[in-house]
Design a protein around this ligand. Sequence first.
Ligand SMILES: Cc1cc2nc3c(=O)[nH]c(=O)nc-3n(C[C@H](O)[C@H](O)[C@H](O)COP(=O)(O)O)c2cc1C
Length: 279
Amino acid sequence: MAGFAEPGDAAALLRARYGSASASSDGIAANDVLRTILGHRSVRAFQPDPLPAGTLETLVAAAQSAATSSNLQAWSVVAVEDPARRARFAELAGAQGFIRQAPLFLAWLADLSRLDRVARERVEPLEGVRYLEAFMVALVDAALAAQNAAVAAESLGLGCVYVGALRNHPEAVAAELGLPPDCMAVFGLSVGVPDAARAAAVKPRLPQSVVLHRERYATAQEAGEVRRYDADLAAFSARNGMGEAGWTDRVLARVGTVAALRGRDRMREALNAMGFGLR
Ligand SMILES: Cc1cc2nc3c(=O)[nH]c(=O)nc-3n(C[C@H](O)[C@H](O)[C@H](O)COP(=O)(O)O)c2cc1C
């Protein structure tokens, strides 16, 4: 299977990534890995085909090759292929139909439970895992591992999309996956063969000048650049049947109110119900 990015098209990918701000991307190097990364787009329409043999194991090897804080490896992943279970996750994650469609759903876990288990013989209780810091370690580890798997999948010509909505009902998800205490599904990743008839496009990002600060944090150019990005993203969305909202509209819709968190405002309570007991 060919990847999204064909050799030689890095300049086109950068134009797609930065829209009208692409001049600032001059001089960026390109190789196969970078073309795969630059060509990323979330895929939400999949063919029903099963994944080639060995794909899951390849993705997990890529995930385990990511750096991990102090080599604690404080993450795990549950591979869900059973259609009925995927259908239940589709509903738990806000009726997102692509979870039913894609043959593989990976639930990425911030997992401190293994550290508890291995240490139990020697130390009880394991004091250090009771702090928010330990949860942050596990969360960062899970994210780095998952992103390595996502890049690996895309390099194989597969498509994927993260599913943060798996956090809408953390306890129900934990029950469905049979998770032990001190272990939480922090997001999902649907993986499959993209449906070429409903191909996704590379979505523009903020100009580099907004996210890249040199020596000291600076916001002098930010307002103007964000206005330009609002227009770019609105045009992209209109072209791709994703509404006409600009970026600022989407930020407000997503984090403007507590209601917009769709139940995730009770995350601290959920974490403690799952045994983290964070200080
Ligand atoms: C942690 C995380 C959670 C996400 N959750 C969802 C989700 O629940 N549903 C969805 O359709 N997309 C989800 N996405 C995909 C983002 O909407 C997408 O990455 C973003 O709009 C940028 O688009 P792109 O990935 O095509 O470049 C998530 C992405 C991340 C990183």
